[in-house]
Design a protein around this ligand. Sequence first.
Ligand code: TYD
Length: 394
Amino acid sequence: MSVIKFLDLGSQPIANGFLNKENFDKEFFFNLSVGLDDETGLVTQMEYVSPDIMFNDSYAYRGSLSKTMRDHFAEAKKRISAYLPENPKVLEIGSNDGVFVKNWNPATTFAVEPCENFAKETISLGYDTYSSFWSVELAENIKNTNGLMDLIFAANCMCHIPDLDGTFKAVESLLSDEGLFVFEDPSLIEMLSRNSYDQIYDEHAHIFSVTAVNKILNRNGLKVVNVEPISVHGGSNRIWAMKMSSQSKFLFDLEHFLTFESLVGVDDLNILSSFAERVEGSKIALINLLQKLQDDGNKVISYGATSKSTTIFNYCGIDSSLIEYITDTTPEKQGLYSPGTHIPILKAPSQIEQDVDVAFLGAWNFEKEIRNKENLFVERGGKFITHVPEVTLR
Ligand code: TYD
Protein backbone atom coordinates (compact mmCIF):
# COMPACT_ATOMS: atom_id res chain seq x y z
CA MET A 1 0.00 0.00 0.00
CA SER A 2 1.23 3.50 -0.74
CA VAL A 3 -0.33 6.94 -0.41
CA ILE A 4 0.22 9.35 -3.28
CA LYS A 5 0.10 13.01 -2.35
CA PHE A 6 -2.11 15.38 -4.37
CA LEU A 7 -2.71 18.39 -2.09
CA ASP A 8 -0.54 20.42 0.28
CA LEU A 9 -2.33 22.88 2.60
CA GLY A 10 0.92 23.97 4.22
CA SER A 11 1.77 24.41 7.85
CA GLN A 12 -1.33 24.18 10.04
CA PRO A 13 -2.10 24.30 13.77
CA ILE A 14 -4.63 22.18 15.68
CA ALA A 15 -7.94 23.24 14.09
CA ASN A 16 -9.85 23.42 17.38
CA GLY A 17 -6.78 24.64 19.30
CA PHE A 18 -8.20 28.06 20.21
CA LEU A 19 -5.65 29.68 22.45
CA ASN A 20 -4.76 32.64 24.64
CA LYS A 21 -1.87 35.06 24.02
CA GLU A 22 0.43 33.35 26.53
CA ASN A 23 0.42 30.22 24.39
CA PHE A 24 1.17 31.82 21.01
CA ASP A 25 4.84 30.83 21.08
CA LYS A 26 4.11 27.24 22.18
CA GLU A 27 1.66 26.47 19.40
CA PHE A 28 1.93 23.09 17.63
CA PHE A 29 2.12 23.07 13.82
CA PHE A 30 2.26 20.25 11.29
CA ASN A 31 2.21 19.89 7.52
CA LEU A 32 -1.33 19.24 6.28
CA SER A 33 -1.04 17.20 3.10
CA VAL A 34 -3.51 14.80 1.58
CA GLY A 35 -3.02 11.75 -0.60
CA LEU A 36 -4.76 8.81 -2.22
CA ASP A 37 -4.24 5.30 -0.88
CA ASP A 38 -3.66 3.21 -3.99
CA GLU A 39 -5.04 0.04 -2.38
CA THR A 40 -8.41 1.20 -1.06
CA GLY A 41 -8.89 4.56 -2.82
CA LEU A 42 -9.08 6.24 0.59
CA VAL A 43 -8.36 9.98 0.59
CA THR A 44 -6.27 10.40 3.68
CA GLN A 45 -3.70 12.65 5.34
CA MET A 46 -0.06 11.97 4.63
CA GLU A 47 0.77 12.27 8.34
CA TYR A 48 -1.71 11.95 11.19
CA VAL A 49 -1.66 14.20 14.23
CA SER A 50 -1.67 12.15 17.42
CA PRO A 51 -5.31 11.93 18.67
CA ASP A 52 -4.47 12.94 22.26
CA ILE A 53 -3.14 16.31 21.00
CA MET A 54 -6.56 17.04 19.44
CA PHE A 55 -9.09 15.33 21.69
CA ASN A 56 -8.60 16.15 25.35
CA ASP A 57 -10.44 17.80 28.21
CA SER A 58 -10.26 21.24 26.63
CA TYR A 59 -11.87 20.18 23.34
CA ALA A 60 -14.05 23.08 22.26
CA TYR A 61 -16.50 21.81 19.62
CA ARG A 62 -20.00 21.50 21.05
CA GLY A 63 -22.66 19.82 18.87
CA SER A 64 -25.71 20.91 20.89
CA LEU A 65 -25.27 24.63 20.26
CA SER A 66 -26.85 24.61 16.85
CA LYS A 67 -30.55 24.08 16.29
CA THR A 68 -29.72 22.52 12.92
CA MET A 69 -27.70 19.78 14.62
CA ARG A 70 -30.18 19.24 17.48
CA ASP A 71 -32.97 18.77 14.94
CA HIS A 72 -30.76 16.62 12.76
CA PHE A 73 -30.04 14.10 15.52
CA ALA A 74 -33.64 14.02 16.75
CA GLU A 75 -34.62 13.18 13.16
CA ALA A 76 -31.82 10.59 12.89
CA LYS A 77 -33.21 8.83 15.96
CA LYS A 78 -36.67 8.60 14.42
CA ARG A 79 -35.30 7.40 11.10
CA ILE A 80 -33.02 4.69 12.51
CA SER A 81 -35.45 3.49 15.20
CA ALA A 82 -37.75 2.16 12.49
CA TYR A 83 -35.10 -0.50 11.75
CA LEU A 84 -34.40 -1.50 15.36
CA PRO A 85 -36.09 -3.88 17.80
CA GLU A 86 -38.13 -2.54 20.76
CA ASN A 87 -35.91 -1.14 23.54
CA PRO A 88 -32.73 -1.37 21.50
CA LYS A 89 -29.28 -1.29 23.03
CA VAL A 90 -27.51 1.71 21.56
CA LEU A 91 -23.92 2.89 21.71
CA GLU A 92 -22.49 6.09 20.34
CA ILE A 93 -18.80 6.45 19.58
CA GLY A 94 -17.72 10.09 20.01
CA SER A 95 -20.78 11.31 21.90
CA ASN A 96 -19.50 14.89 22.38
CA ASP A 97 -21.96 16.81 24.61
CA GLY A 98 -24.72 14.22 24.13
CA VAL A 99 -26.54 15.85 21.23
CA PHE A 100 -27.40 12.40 19.77
CA VAL A 101 -27.65 10.19 22.88
CA LYS A 102 -30.04 12.62 24.58
CA ASN A 103 -32.70 11.27 22.21
CA TRP A 104 -32.38 7.72 23.59
CA ASN A 105 -33.27 5.93 26.81
CA PRO A 106 -30.37 6.30 29.29
CA ALA A 107 -31.04 2.80 30.69
CA THR A 108 -30.04 1.13 27.41
CA THR A 109 -27.77 3.71 25.80
CA PHE A 110 -24.00 3.90 26.19
CA ALA A 111 -21.57 6.59 25.18
CA VAL A 112 -17.86 6.66 24.34
CA GLU A 113 -16.16 10.03 24.49
CA PRO A 114 -12.42 10.55 25.07
CA CYS A 115 -12.80 14.28 25.89
CA GLU A 116 -13.48 14.23 29.60
CA ASN A 117 -15.18 17.62 29.71
CA PHE A 118 -17.94 16.19 27.51
CA ALA A 119 -17.96 12.68 29.00
CA LYS A 120 -18.84 14.29 32.36
CA GLU A 121 -21.87 15.95 30.77
CA THR A 122 -23.41 12.71 29.45
CA ILE A 123 -22.62 10.96 32.73
CA SER A 124 -24.55 13.67 34.55
CA LEU A 125 -27.49 13.03 32.20
CA GLY A 126 -27.52 9.38 33.30
CA TYR A 127 -25.72 7.76 30.35
CA ASP A 128 -22.98 5.20 31.04
CA THR A 129 -20.06 6.98 29.39
CA TYR A 130 -16.62 5.51 28.72
CA SER A 131 -14.11 8.32 28.60
CA SER A 132 -11.62 6.57 26.32
CA PHE A 133 -10.60 6.30 22.70
CA TRP A 134 -12.50 3.66 20.74
CA SER A 135 -10.54 0.39 20.47
CA VAL A 136 -10.87 -3.39 20.24
CA GLU A 137 -10.13 -3.63 23.98
CA LEU A 138 -12.80 -1.09 24.89
CA ALA A 139 -15.37 -2.88 22.70
CA GLU A 140 -14.52 -6.15 24.48
CA ASN A 141 -14.92 -4.51 27.86
CA ILE A 142 -18.31 -3.01 26.91
CA LYS A 143 -19.47 -6.36 25.50
CA ASN A 144 -18.52 -8.18 28.71
CA THR A 145 -20.42 -5.68 30.85
CA ASN A 146 -23.44 -4.82 28.68
CA GLY A 147 -23.72 -7.42 25.92
CA LEU A 148 -24.03 -6.82 22.16
CA MET A 149 -25.49 -3.61 20.71
CA ASP A 150 -28.42 -3.25 18.29
CA LEU A 151 -27.13 0.09 17.08
CA ILE A 152 -23.63 1.51 17.04
CA PHE A 153 -23.75 5.11 15.89
CA ALA A 154 -21.03 7.66 15.20
CA ALA A 155 -21.32 11.15 13.74
CA ASN A 156 -18.25 13.01 12.53
CA CYS A 157 -16.07 10.59 14.37
CA MET A 158 -15.07 7.68 12.12
CA CYS A 159 -13.19 9.99 9.76
CA HIS A 160 -11.23 11.23 12.78
CA ILE A 161 -9.65 7.87 13.50
CA PRO A 162 -6.40 7.00 11.70
CA ASP A 163 -6.70 3.20 12.17
CA LEU A 164 -9.94 2.32 10.40
CA ASP A 165 -9.25 -1.42 10.37
CA GLY A 166 -8.96 -1.57 14.17
CA THR A 167 -12.00 0.70 14.50
CA PHE A 168 -14.27 -1.37 12.27
CA LYS A 169 -13.04 -4.64 13.80
CA ALA A 170 -14.02 -3.32 17.22
CA VAL A 171 -17.46 -2.33 15.90
CA GLU A 172 -17.98 -5.76 14.32
CA SER A 173 -17.18 -7.47 17.61
CA LEU A 174 -19.77 -5.48 19.58
CA LEU A 175 -22.63 -5.55 17.08
CA SER A 176 -25.54 -8.01 17.45
CA ASP A 177 -26.11 -10.40 14.51
CA GLU A 178 -28.66 -8.11 12.84
CA GLY A 179 -27.36 -4.93 14.48
CA LEU A 180 -26.80 -1.67 12.60
CA PHE A 181 -23.63 0.36 12.42
CA VAL A 182 -24.61 3.83 11.23
CA PHE A 183 -22.05 6.56 10.79
CA GLU A 184 -22.04 9.93 9.13
CA ASP A 185 -19.07 11.93 7.94
CA PRO A 186 -18.33 14.58 5.31
CA SER A 187 -18.54 13.19 1.80
CA LEU A 188 -15.64 13.29 -0.62
CA ILE A 189 -17.95 13.87 -3.60
CA GLU A 190 -19.45 16.89 -1.84
CA MET A 191 -16.00 18.25 -1.01
CA LEU A 192 -14.88 17.89 -4.62
CA SER A 193 -18.01 19.46 -6.05
CA ARG A 194 -18.19 22.33 -3.54
CA ASN A 195 -14.47 23.01 -3.50
CA SER A 196 -14.77 22.86 0.28
CA TYR A 197 -11.13 22.08 0.99
CA ASP A 198 -11.70 23.38 4.52
CA GLN A 199 -13.20 19.96 5.32
CA ILE A 200 -9.55 18.98 5.57
CA TYR A 201 -7.95 19.65 8.95
CA ASP A 202 -6.06 17.68 11.58
CA GLU A 203 -9.15 15.91 12.94
CA HIS A 204 -10.36 14.75 9.54
CA ALA A 205 -7.74 12.08 9.02
CA HIS A 206 -9.76 10.90 6.02
CA ILE A 207 -12.45 12.27 3.73
CA PHE A 208 -14.66 9.31 2.89
CA SER A 209 -15.91 8.02 -0.41
CA VAL A 210 -18.30 5.09 -0.11
CA THR A 211 -15.97 3.24 -2.49
CA ALA A 212 -13.07 3.34 -0.04
CA VAL A 213 -15.13 2.82 3.12
CA ASN A 214 -16.86 -0.20 1.59
CA LYS A 215 -13.50 -1.88 0.91
CA ILE A 216 -12.26 -1.26 4.44
CA LEU A 217 -15.53 -2.40 6.03
CA ASN A 218 -15.50 -5.58 3.92
CA ARG A 219 -12.07 -6.64 5.09
CA ASN A 220 -13.28 -6.28 8.67
CA GLY A 221 -16.44 -8.37 8.40
CA LEU A 222 -18.93 -5.58 7.65
CA LYS A 223 -20.87 -4.53 4.55
CA VAL A 224 -22.63 -1.36 3.42
CA VAL A 225 -26.42 -1.83 3.28
CA ASN A 226 -27.56 1.74 2.75
CA VAL A 227 -26.17 5.22 2.06
CA GLU A 228 -28.07 8.43 2.63
CA PRO A 229 -26.61 11.72 1.46
CA ILE A 230 -27.38 14.31 4.18
CA SER A 231 -26.91 18.05 4.17
CA VAL A 232 -25.13 18.62 7.51
CA HIS A 233 -21.47 19.56 7.80
CA GLY A 234 -21.39 20.84 4.27
CA GLY A 235 -22.61 17.61 2.68
CA SER A 236 -22.14 14.22 4.32
CA ASN A 237 -23.06 10.60 3.80
CA ARG A 238 -24.89 8.58 6.42
CA ILE A 239 -23.56 5.07 5.83
CA TRP A 240 -25.46 2.08 7.20
CA ALA A 241 -23.47 -1.12 7.64
CA MET A 242 -24.19 -4.57 9.02
CA LYS A 243 -22.30 -7.78 9.63
CA MET A 244 -21.37 -9.70 6.48
CA SER A 245 -23.56 -12.55 7.71
CA SER A 246 -26.66 -10.37 8.19
CA GLN A 247 -29.84 -11.46 6.39
CA SER A 248 -31.59 -8.07 6.40
CA LYS A 249 -32.55 -6.57 3.05
CA PHE A 250 -32.42 -2.87 2.19
CA LEU A 251 -33.72 -1.31 -0.99
CA PHE A 252 -30.36 0.19 -1.77
CA ASP A 253 -28.29 -0.38 -4.87
CA LEU A 254 -24.67 -0.20 -3.72
CA GLU A 255 -23.27 -1.08 -7.15
CA HIS A 256 -25.11 1.86 -8.64
CA PHE A 257 -23.71 4.21 -6.00
CA LEU A 258 -20.17 2.90 -6.55
CA THR A 259 -20.52 3.37 -10.31
CA PHE A 260 -21.60 6.96 -9.72
CA GLU A 261 -18.55 7.59 -7.52
CA SER A 262 -16.32 5.99 -10.11
CA LEU A 263 -17.74 8.28 -12.81
CA VAL A 264 -17.03 11.31 -10.60
CA GLY A 265 -13.50 9.98 -10.14
CA VAL A 266 -13.26 9.77 -6.34
CA ASP A 267 -10.16 7.59 -6.63
CA ASP A 268 -8.73 9.10 -9.79
CA LEU A 269 -5.53 11.04 -9.20
CA ASN A 270 -6.19 13.33 -12.17
CA ILE A 271 -9.55 14.37 -10.73
CA LEU A 272 -8.03 14.88 -7.29
CA SER A 273 -5.17 16.91 -8.76
CA SER A 274 -7.59 19.19 -10.59
CA PHE A 275 -9.38 19.70 -7.26
CA ALA A 276 -6.01 20.76 -5.82
CA GLU A 277 -5.67 23.33 -8.62
CA ARG A 278 -9.13 24.73 -7.84
CA VAL A 279 -8.13 25.02 -4.18
CA GLU A 280 -5.16 27.18 -5.17
CA GLY A 281 -7.51 29.34 -7.27
CA SER A 282 -9.90 29.70 -4.34
CA LYS A 283 -7.08 30.95 -2.14
CA ILE A 284 -6.05 33.64 -4.61
CA ALA A 285 -9.68 34.75 -5.13
CA LEU A 286 -10.33 34.99 -1.39
CA ILE A 287 -7.21 37.00 -0.63
CA ASN A 288 -7.96 39.36 -3.54
CA LEU A 289 -11.55 39.88 -2.38
CA LEU A 290 -10.58 40.56 1.24
CA GLN A 291 -7.85 42.96 0.10
CA LYS A 292 -10.26 44.85 -2.15
CA LEU A 293 -12.90 45.08 0.60
CA GLN A 294 -10.28 46.51 2.91
CA ASP A 295 -9.03 48.97 0.28
CA ASP A 296 -12.62 50.15 -0.15
CA GLY A 297 -12.89 50.85 3.58
CA ASN A 298 -15.12 47.93 4.63
CA LYS A 299 -15.10 46.41 8.08
CA VAL A 300 -14.87 42.64 7.67
CA ILE A 301 -15.36 40.05 10.39
CA SER A 302 -15.76 36.28 10.40
CA TYR A 303 -18.85 34.38 11.54
CA GLY A 304 -18.20 31.12 13.43
CA ALA A 305 -14.78 30.11 14.75
CA THR A 306 -14.80 26.78 12.97
CA SER A 307 -12.19 24.12 12.43
CA LYS A 308 -12.83 24.69 8.76
CA SER A 309 -11.86 28.34 9.00
CA THR A 310 -8.60 27.35 10.70
CA THR A 311 -7.61 25.56 7.49
CA ILE A 312 -8.65 28.51 5.31
CA PHE A 313 -7.00 31.24 7.37
CA ASN A 314 -3.73 29.37 7.70
CA TYR A 315 -3.61 28.18 4.10
CA CYS A 316 -4.44 31.66 2.77
CA GLY A 317 -2.40 33.56 5.40
CA ILE A 318 -5.43 35.54 6.62
CA ASP A 319 -4.94 37.27 9.97
CA SER A 320 -6.47 40.20 11.85
CA SER A 321 -5.13 42.66 9.26
CA LEU A 322 -7.84 41.35 6.89
CA ILE A 323 -10.47 40.00 9.32
CA GLU A 324 -10.84 42.11 12.43
CA TYR A 325 -12.43 39.51 14.68
CA ILE A 326 -14.44 36.31 14.70
CA THR A 327 -17.74 35.88 16.54
CA ASP A 328 -18.85 32.57 17.99
CA THR A 329 -21.63 31.31 20.24
CA THR A 330 -19.42 28.71 21.97
CA PRO A 331 -18.42 29.93 25.46
CA GLU A 332 -15.24 27.79 25.35
CA LYS A 333 -13.96 29.70 22.28
CA GLN A 334 -14.82 33.25 23.35
CA GLY A 335 -11.99 35.49 24.53
CA LEU A 336 -9.42 33.26 22.84
CA TYR A 337 -7.61 33.60 19.49
CA SER A 338 -7.93 31.54 16.33
CA PRO A 339 -5.27 28.84 15.88
CA GLY A 340 -2.24 29.88 13.85
CA THR A 341 -3.26 33.31 12.59
CA HIS A 342 -4.45 34.61 15.98
CA ILE A 343 -7.60 36.51 15.13
CA PRO A 344 -9.52 37.46 18.32
CA ILE A 345 -12.73 35.51 18.99
CA LEU A 346 -15.58 37.47 20.55
CA LYS A 347 -18.88 36.38 22.01
CA ALA A 348 -21.47 36.46 19.24
CA PRO A 349 -23.76 39.44 19.85
CA SER A 350 -27.50 38.94 19.35
CA GLN A 351 -27.06 40.61 15.96
CA ILE A 352 -23.91 41.42 13.96
CA GLU A 353 -22.60 44.81 15.17
CA GLN A 354 -23.84 47.93 13.34
CA ASP A 355 -20.41 48.97 12.00
CA VAL A 356 -19.72 45.64 10.26
CA ASP A 357 -20.07 45.65 6.46
CA VAL A 358 -19.09 42.09 5.56
CA ALA A 359 -18.97 38.76 7.41
CA PHE A 360 -16.96 35.82 6.16
CA LEU A 361 -18.93 32.61 6.70
CA GLY A 362 -16.55 30.42 8.68
CA ALA A 363 -19.67 28.34 9.37
CA TRP A 364 -20.89 28.36 5.72
CA ASN A 365 -22.63 25.05 6.38
CA PHE A 366 -25.12 26.96 8.57
CA GLU A 367 -25.70 29.75 6.04
CA LYS A 368 -29.49 29.38 6.09
CA GLU A 369 -29.71 29.40 9.90
CA ILE A 370 -27.31 32.37 10.05
CA ARG A 371 -29.12 34.44 7.40
CA ASN A 372 -32.41 33.91 9.22
CA LYS A 373 -30.87 34.99 12.50
CA GLU A 374 -29.03 37.98 11.03
CA ASN A 375 -32.04 39.46 9.23
CA LEU A 376 -31.23 43.02 10.41
CA PHE A 377 -27.68 42.81 9.00
CA VAL A 378 -29.02 41.54 5.68
CA GLU A 379 -31.75 44.23 5.59
CA ARG A 380 -29.24 47.04 6.08
CA GLY A 381 -27.16 45.76 3.15
CA GLY A 382 -24.61 43.67 5.05
CA LYS A 383 -23.01 40.98 2.92
CA PHE A 384 -21.60 37.54 3.59
CA ILE A 385 -18.58 35.97 1.92
CA THR A 386 -18.63 32.29 1.19
CA HIS A 387 -15.91 30.37 -0.61
CA VAL A 388 -18.16 27.44 -1.62
CA PRO A 389 -18.33 26.48 -4.39
CA GLU A 390 -16.41 29.60 -5.37
CA VAL A 391 -15.46 32.78 -3.58
CA THR A 392 -18.56 34.99 -3.60
CA LEU A 393 -19.85 38.10 -1.83
CA ARG A 394 -23.62 37.95 -1.47
P1 TYD B 1 -19.20 23.72 12.64
O1 TYD B 1 -19.49 24.30 11.32
O2 TYD B 1 -19.90 22.50 13.04
O3 TYD B 1 -17.67 23.66 12.83
P2 TYD B 1 -16.43 22.78 12.50
O4 TYD B 1 -15.85 23.30 11.21
O5 TYD B 1 -15.56 23.11 13.66
O6 TYD B 1 -16.91 21.36 12.43
O7 TYD B 1 -19.41 24.76 13.83
C1 TYD B 1 -20.04 25.93 13.76
C2 TYD B 1 -19.35 26.94 14.64
O8 TYD B 1 -19.98 28.18 14.38
C3 TYD B 1 -19.52 26.68 16.13
O9 TYD B 1 -18.34 27.09 16.81
C4 TYD B 1 -20.67 27.58 16.54
C5 TYD B 1 -20.56 28.70 15.57
N1 TYD B 1 -21.84 29.30 15.21
C6 TYD B 1 -22.09 30.62 15.59
O10 TYD B 1 -21.24 31.27 16.21
N2 TYD B 1 -23.29 31.18 15.27
C7 TYD B 1 -24.25 30.50 14.60
O11 TYD B 1 -25.33 31.03 14.31
C8 TYD B 1 -23.98 29.14 14.20
C9 TYD B 1 -24.99 28.35 13.43
C10 TYD B 1 -22.76 28.58 14.53
